[in-house]
Design a protein around this ligand. Structure first.
Ligand SMILES: Cc1cc2nc3c(=O)[nH]c(=O)nc-3n(C[C@H](O)[C@H](O)[C@H](O)COP(=O)(O)OP(=O)(O)OC[C@H]3O[C@@H](n4cnc5c(N)ncnc54)[C@H](O)[C@@H]3O)c2cc1C
Length: 491
């Protein structure tokens, strides 16, 4: 019977960052994720910002960890081989009252050591960001603010942990904790028991549903939804920086930002929703987002929106909860990780590792830990000569499957065959950008279904958008005709 030192529940950015950090040591680690792909919870549906730390309270865990994490992203993203851009953030004053409050925030930001943070008066602001509302009364400028693809970040952390020995149980749902004499002994899943000396709960929005022990800690998680609009890459209204309004009590407000892949994105609003999984977008929510975005950039309209989506903040407290459980030995909580959890994730990984060490887990460093993650080929980043020589060696890189984004059969094949490879259409999309362009898979969708069959052996009737219950095809057309024939014959 296999026994692990640590089982991590949840394969979002937090679980994957913890897994990568633990993979530096000579211990046996497993990560259990209920979905068939990593990063399909909140970690795929957020603004993708690496926050500068302006307007964070450094006395909170979330404030401290995100301030510590921001500077490490240049090195980390180069190790993980993923795109990252320090495009800089602007927190814009839209009234005299805002200006007063933001000048105060600027002093706090300086005291928190945020690099090169400064105030821009209106003229400087318009020069820096020509699309900005000309009525703006200045802004805090923080060059260290950045943008990242949240899904690629999560996946890269997971793949790097995997190549350093962490075992992944995907499509496996933890049903309860196994507790013996007041201490965890593992987890019971829908696929059987996984024994372990320590368990880390990093299950995001669902972290309070894993069993009695979590409720016993007095933890309840509420969902706060945020809705977004994403624009076509050719949309002429553009911004270079991430534009924030003055934050509210509960959120950083409705933001206008470029994504790291060059789309304009606006959102999120902040709305309490009853129950979990309330991921729909609503007319009222989208209206609120557009109105908020127009206050910052008046020219924004809805003419080139290619996608709407929403994400759910897991709110347990006003701060993150990262601590050993009080009432169950061997259990560590990394829950209520709302914003800026994406930014803080690498430091959450370090903190959880430290806590496990304090709880008695022996942490002897490996000498062969691989910090670098090999990335897949990305033809969009290559020059024409590089592409031509690649195509000469391997014709799959010459066959374009997604016309909007120019993604080839070779890139999609690699995404499916790589470690922890894609097994769904969304999985291919998030790894390669196929299906993320203007037509939103209208053209390449059927080809992606075929490629999942060819390289992953997934039959077209099983191929899904994002796992169980989202299958794309219902019948083979002849079966449908036969069935219709039978029904007619029965009449
Ligand atoms: C609207 C919005 C905007 C945001 N913007 C930013 C931003 O710009 N910058 C930033 O730093 N942060 C941002 N955040 C916060 C950030 O997205 C989150 O802090 C982070 O993604 C949380 O990651 P997680 O791993 O805790 O949760 P998740 O990504 O939700 O991962 C939890 C995982 O656990 C799995 N799971 C649940 N139950 C079980 C079970 N029983 N068994 C097995 N697996 C299970 C789920 O399937 C899921 O994959 C934003 C959040 C939202 C909602």
């Amino acid at each position: 019977m296999q026994k692990f030192d640590v089982v991590i529940v949840g394969g979002g950015v937090v679980g994957c960052a913890i897994a990568r950090e633990l993979s530096r040591y000579k211990i046996k680690v497993a990560l259990v994720e209920k979905e068939v792909e990593l990063g399909t919870g909140t970690s795929k549906a957020n603004t993708g910002l690496i926050h500068s730390g302006v307007n964070v309270d450094s006395s909170t865990i979330k404030g401290r960890l995100s301030l510590e994490a921001n500077p490490i992203f240049d090195r980390l993203t180069s190790q993980l081989n993923i795109p990252f851009k320090r495009n800089g953030s602007l927190v814009v004053a839209q009234s005299r009252e805002d200006r007063q409050a933001l000048l105060h925030s600027l002093e706090e930001a300086k005291a928190n050591g945020i690099r090169e943070v400064k105030w821009l008066e209106r003229e400087e602001l318009i020069q820096k960001e020509p699309a900005i509302n000309p009525d703006a009364l200045g802004a805090i400028y923080a060059p260290s603010g950045g943008i990242i693809c949240p899904f690629e970040f999560t996946l890269a952390l997971g793949q790097n942990a995997h190549s350093n020995g962490v075992e992944f149980f995907l499509g496996t749902q933890v049903q309860k904790l196994l507790v013996e004499k007041g201490r965890v002994a593992g987890v019971e899943t829908d696929k059987g028991i996984i024994w372990s000396s320590f368990v880390v709960n990093a299950a995001g929005e669902l972290a309070d549903e894993i069993g009695y022990e979590i409720k016993n800690e007095g933890i309840t998680i509420k969902s706060r939804r945020g809705q977004y609009l994403v624009y076509d890459r050719e949309y002429p209204v553009r911004v270079n920086h991430t534009l924030f309004p003055r934050p509210t009590q509960v959120s950083k407000g409705i933001i206008v930002t470029p994504t790291v892949h060059g789309n304009l994105m606006v959102g999120p609003n902040a709305e309490e929703v009853p129950g979990k999984n309330a991921l729909e977008t609503t007319e009222a929510g989208i209206k609120e987002v557009i109105e908020g975005a127009r206050k910052l950039v008046p020219k924004i309209d809805t003419s080139a929106v290619i996608r709407m989506f929403s994400g759910l903040r897991a709110v347990a407290d006003s701060d993150f909860i990262i601590s050993p459980a009080q009432k169950t030995g061997g259990l560590v909580l990394a829950v209520g990780i709302q914003s800026p959890g994406l930014t803080a994730a690498p430091k959450i990984g370090e903190l959880v590792t430290e806590l496990l060490g304090d709880m008695g887990l022996e942490l002897n460093a490996k000498t062969d830990f691989q910090e670098e993650r090999l990335s897949l080929k990305n033809l969009g980043e290559m020059n024409w000569d590089g592409r031509a020589s690649l195509v000469e060696k391997d014709g799959d890189y010459g066959q374009v499957i997604c016309r909007c984004e120019g993604i080839t059969r070779g890139e999609i094949r690699d995404a499916i065959l790589s470690p922890l490879g894609a097994v769904t259409i969304d999985g291919i999309k998030r790894r390669t950008r196929a299906a993320s362009g203007r037509c939103q898979s209208g053209f390449c969708g059927p080809r992606l279904v075929e490629l999942l069959q060819e390289f992953a052996g997934i039959s077209p009737l099983e191929a899904s958008l994002r796992g169980a219950g989202t299958q794309i095809l219902k019948y083979r057309s002849k079966e449908l005709l036969l069935k219709a024939g039978e029904e007619i014959a029965d009449l």
